[in-house]
Design a protein around this ligand. Sequence first.
Ligand SMILES: *[C@@H]1O[C@H](CO)[C@@H](O)[C@H](O)[C@H]1NC(C)=O
Ligand SMILES: *[C@@H]1O[C@H](CO)[C@@H](O)[C@H](O)[C@H]1NC(C)=O
Length: 441
Amino acid sequence: MQVVAIIILLFFCKTAEFRKTNLGSSRSKAHNGRTNNGRRASSTVKRYAPGLPCDVYTYLHEKYLDCQERKLVYTLPGWPEDLLHMLLARNRIRVLKNNMFSKFKKLKSLDLQQNDISKIESEAFFGLNRLTTLLLQHNQLKVLTEEVFIYTPLLSYLRLYDNPWHCTCEMDTLISMLQIPRNRNLGNYAKCESPRELKNQKLKQIKSEQLCNEDEKEQLVPKTQVSGRPTVVKPEADSSLCHIYVFPIQTLDCKRKELRKIPSNIPPDIIKLDLSNNKINQLQPKVFEDIHELRKLNLSSNGIEFIDPAAFSGLTNLEELDLSNNSLQNFDYGVLEDLYFLKILWLKENPWRCDYNIHYLYYWLKHHYNVHYNGLECRTPEEYKGWLVGKYVRSYYEECPKDKLPSYPDPTDQDAEDDAWEKIHRDHMAKKQSVRITIVG
Ligand SMILES: *[C@@H]1O[C@H](CO)[C@@H](O)[C@H](O)[C@H]1NC(C)=O
Ligand SMILES: *[C@@H]1O[C@H](CO)[C@@H](O)[C@H](O)[C@H]1NC(C)=O
């Protein structure tokens, strides 16, 4: 009996689908109104997007729709109406039409970044009165007014950067809205593209008289660099290749993007950054300087050979750093000095070379005993292969104490450890100042 019922059901679905594709959209709308459940939703999605189907899932009791990179130009019928988070990044949406999202009344976040949006109709966000987060960065918007946001009274996080904003009087209401102190997370980093005299000025900082006072506009001699900063050159490695997730925490996922450098335009409020499986073989000074909030950084599987001592400068909140599966042999003096809050350091699968240059890393870890690490094992030279680095360092002092240190260190003796640490500092300073110091034993 059940089998028969299923067969009938399947048959019915097929016919319905067949009819739906053949008849006009009005018919399909009626049909949708009648039946509405998860299974139908996914089959609809599959049929419309030639590539992969969209994912609907629940995470921490909140329902998500992940429909990124699906060549969509519009929302699809059959998406569940009780979604809380809608991810539509990297599609081909050009216009946000009136009432486009009005049936998703529970929506809290809407991610529309990296589309081709150049127009938002005045009632596009109608019905979204629970929306708190709206991502519109990396689109083609030139003008927008405050009016579109009257339907989103709870909006507290809005991204508008990397749009070619045309800063004229038409933008006055939007700009004033962004500048209200309470709206401190609305429209940060967005800059004018035109007119020329306002190029690269932040929307947050423009004075409204600069926009609307025609007389003053005449007086504004076209200055080439209003902000005093050099003109932005298109960065070589662009973070717009990566995915941004706002929920549950701000994450930039740049995994497997063939990157050869750290992207230069990483949004400053990112908390997790995944750069694993790229081709970054060096870390230059200060490459993470602008992302102070970063707590987790994944650089595994890149082929990193060298880390500049100032590479991690500014990462004072970093808690977890994954450097596994790279080509590191040691750390230069200073590499770890800015990482005050580091808790976990992944070091496995690197060709650690057990000679004097590894002492800095070893003693730093020894001194920062609350940092958990793993995988610090000698690979070269042959005689120490497979040894833990700690064992090598201890043997270094045991072998020939007179040559190396003024006093013989007992590895369990904290003073001796401190001496060794001191010596590394001293050696470094000596090297830096090119002064030769001879230690008399
Ligand atoms: C870093 O990325 C790799 C590969 O994507 C993954 O296997 C690993 O678990 C990540 N590390 C951390 C600490 O999350
Ligand atoms: C280690 O990195 C290489 C590329 O550098 C990659 O091909 C390999 O799959 C990685 N291994 C693991 C275990 O992730």
